[in-house]
Write a protein that binds this ligand. Structure first.
Ligand SMILES: Cc1cc2nc3c(=O)[nH]c(=O)nc-3n(C[C@H](O)[C@H](O)[C@H](O)COP(=O)(O)OP(=O)(O)OC[C@H]3O[C@@H](n4cnc5c(N)ncnc54)[C@H](O)[C@@H]3O)c2cc1C
Ligand code: SF4
Length: 352
């Protein structure tokens, strides 16, 4: 491992000041960052350990009904918060489908949003990777691409964003609160991550030294609570990232869809919101043929980036399943994907 400074501030202001040094990186629980450091994939000059900043550990309901989740709230604590899971069940379901119980007990909200791609070539310093070393090339092209992008990719990079949590957050118009040297600002979760273009090393809109302090779910997102699902296809039943995933939320009145939300994971360098499919669904009957049209539109621009053409029909079929499951109504427990064999309450969204 390389030499680095280590500081442990106790306030956001101290953390932001400490992170203004060149090459600084925030350390939350380290389940991603420390792996990358041990593998010599990233070499921060300074670690700003934010794990003791108490003000970032709260889940609170604001006066306007929005729910504000501090950046250091643990993934497991958020998923098992009864009020949160009741109001935003697809978010809880996505969190419970991620990683393992042990990891979810450690992983934080901010760390999950900013975890790095799982492209195997990115993790291997012996491989050429434009994201790790701009201009180096991309060994994934022509390599093993079964996990890579089918939407929004570029010649420079075909990696995907691995987060489950971000997918329903994108669907529900979540807002990210960011603190930096010049104060606080907000961006839509949907706009936080960038497509690779010619600069795949630039993964988010965060400026150097900026820190995520919270994520907010708007009060209006509760409208989807009764008809919401997150479905994830993975290569084994636990401890695996999504091959593809889909978050679906519907407001249904008299058998017709009044409003729809749809986002995909595992298909692009960012959580992929399917706006055109949502527009098609509005006003239509909640029926399989409507879901099929929505899935077709959502994948209309998809193209393989290698030997991953299978992801396109897989995503299409998953969208239809997620919409149909959402239309049936949100279950009080998640039946299909036990979160982990090690979880004490596999699949539970909240106490019955
Ligand atoms: C075996 C394994 C399986 C996994 N499976 C899944 C899965 O199925 N689904 C899934 O979604 N995830 C999965 N994960 C990823 C896991 O969810 C992430 O490692 C975790 O969410 C990162 O959180 P952390 O607090 O440990 O972040 P850290 O590792 O501390 O940080 C991650 C990154 O975020 C930055 N960062 C952290 N907090 C902030 C902040 N507040 N502001 C600015 N920057 C910040 C860090 O600098 C770093 O770049 C898996 C991980 C492992 C090891
Ligand atoms: S796909 Fe992106 S992350 Fe993977 S090797 Fe190519 S440039 Fe690097």
């Amino acid at each position: 491992m390389n030499r680095f400074d280590y500081v442990k501030p106790s306030t956001v202001a101290e953390a932001v000041a400490a992170a203004s040094a060149p090459g600084a990186a925030y350390l939350a629980s380290g389940t991603n960052l420390l792996d990358l450091m041990k593998g010599n994939v990233v070499r921060p000059a300074r670690l700003v350990d934010i794990s003791q900043i108490k003000e970032l550990t709260r889940i609170e309901t604001l006066g306007n009904g929005d729910v504000r989740i501090g950046a250091l709230v643990r993934n497991a604590d958020l998923a098992h918060d009864a009020a949160f899971a009741r109001d935003f069940p697809a978010v809880a379901e996505a969190l419970l489908s991620g990683a393992s119980a042990q990891l979810r007990n450690a992983a934080t909200v901010g760390g999950n949003l900013l975890q790095r791609t799982r492209c195997a070539y990115f993790y291997d310093p012996a491989s050429a990777c434009n994201k790790r070393a701009p201009g180096a090339g991309c060994d994934a092209r022509g390599g093993d691409t079964h996990q890579h992008a089918v939407l929004g990719w570029s010649e420079a990079c075909i990696a995907t964003n691995p987060s489950d949590f971000c997918v329903p957050l994108a669907a529900l118009d979540a807002i990210v609160e960011i603190e930096g040297g010049s104060g606080r600002r907000e961006v839509a979760l949907e706009a936080l991550h960038l497509l690779p273009g010619t600069t795949p090393e630039r993964e988010t809109v965060l400026a150097p030294g900026e820190m995520i302090v919270a994520v907010r779910l708007p009060a209006a997102a509760r409208a989807f609570a009764r008809h919401a699902r997150y479905l994830k296809v993975r290569e084994r039943n636990s401890y695996a990232f999504a091959v593809v995933s889909a978050a679906a939320g519907l407001v249904i009145e008299n058998g017709a869809i009044k409003h729809a939300r749809l986002a995909l994971g595992g298909v692009a360098a960012k959580p992929w919101r399917a706006h055109q499919a949502e527009a098609l669904l509005a006003g239509q009957p909640a029926m399989p043929h409507t879901f099929q049209q929505a899935a077709d539109i959502a994948l209309r621009d998809a193209k393989p980036s290698g030997d991953n053409a299978h992801k396109i029909p897989l995503a299409r079929s998953l969208i239809m399943r997620a919409l149909a499951a959402a239309a049936q109504g949100t279950p009080s427990r998640v039946p299909a994907l036990p979160a982990s064999p090690f979880s004490a309450v596999p699949g539970a969204l909240h106490d019955a």
